[in-house]
Design a protein around this ligand. Sequence first.
Ligand code: NDP
Ligand code: GDR
Length: 344
Amino acid sequence: MKNAIVTGVLGQDGAYLTRLLLDKGYRVWGATRRTSTQNYWRLEELGVAGHDNLVLVDYDLTDPGAAVRLLQRSDAQEVYNLGAQSFVGVSFDQPVTTGEITGLGAVHLLEAIRMVNPGARFYQASTSEMFGKVREIPQTEATPFYPRSPYGVAKLYAHWMTVNYRESFGIFGCSGILFNHESPLRGLEFVTRKITHAVARIELGLQDKVSLGNLDAKRDWGHASDYVEGMWRMVQQDEPDTYVLATNRTQSVRDFVEMSFACVGRELEWQGEAENERGYCRRTGALLVDVDPRFYRPAEVELLIGDATRAREKLGWVAETTLESLCDEMVRADLKRCETGRAF
Ligand code: NDP
Ligand code: GDR
């Protein structure tokens, strides 16, 4: 039986990847940081909480000794580093913590692999946020980086350290530059889930409107379950490499708002501009969306659109799920949760 470590196992991607690995017959060492209340809702939703081959272990990415012990204890052949302080907005307020977890956290694992089991394969969860300020459209593995947040800078450090350990020590370190991927398991602070959750609550009369930040930001949004398959395929290659995973389609936050309200049969009419923009229900005239400058970022990533040609050619990977069906799945899931009083 193959052993795999998954850091960030309680997060969105950690849950989907754990299900994929368990289905393939792996023993998964799910690394979770100690908190006063553990939250297993994502693993529960996917039906893998309590699985016989899932071993949950206490692990904090900032603790180098813990990385060594985790490698020793698990005898892992594959290490997927998905854990991070992953929220861009918060990274402006907690740049040091973000650097320690999201940047140095990867290096603790690479060092542990180098010391304990240099043959173990390492996957680093890199991000389109490393491209930041648009310098090329669409973005590929060859596009120059220009991160626009402490999160993006920390991820860039971890990305280059992965490449460096590959070149310096021959460690199988691969890096997936993944564009935004969402699902019903997305955290509520991220814009897609914030929107679908609000749409469900508005539809059920539990709230009046949703307040958002920059409606003009454009993202390349795919489905997380497609993307974890791409991670696994990267790790199975003969040689470690860097791959972009993306859908090659970009839409604005405003488009996603419209798409989400359309799922419950509501059409929006927009009035005003920028910070004064508002979205009204065309049928009832009710205010459904407004803009709150609190949700703007000190520096914004305006436009992301990825070209995943290398992943298609070398891994046989393509993003299968359309944005329309992703959005619909998220709205339906939030409607169901809100109706049954389950909130996450
Ligand atoms: P989530 O925020 O859902 O999950 C991140 C996980 O990391 C959480 O389970 C969190 O634990 C854990 N974590 C945070 N700090 C620590 C720490 N100090 N020690 C151990 N674990 C910690 O992120 P996603 O699942 O969406 O993303 C997975 C990875 O992919 C992240 O690294 C993210 O930056 C990256 N990424 C994500 C993309 C996306 O669109 N989703 C795109 C590109 C990259 P807890 O549950 O306790 O909070
Ligand atoms: P992002 O995702 O920053 O791309 O990082 P997020 O959903 O937070 O923001 C996307 C865009 O929407 C704009 N926006 C808002 N964002 C939030 N969160 N809340 C709002 O109210 C709001 N209004 C507008 C943002 O300004 C931004 O332009 C995600 C994370 O998963 C990272 O970990 C990952 O690396 C990248 O995706 C790829």
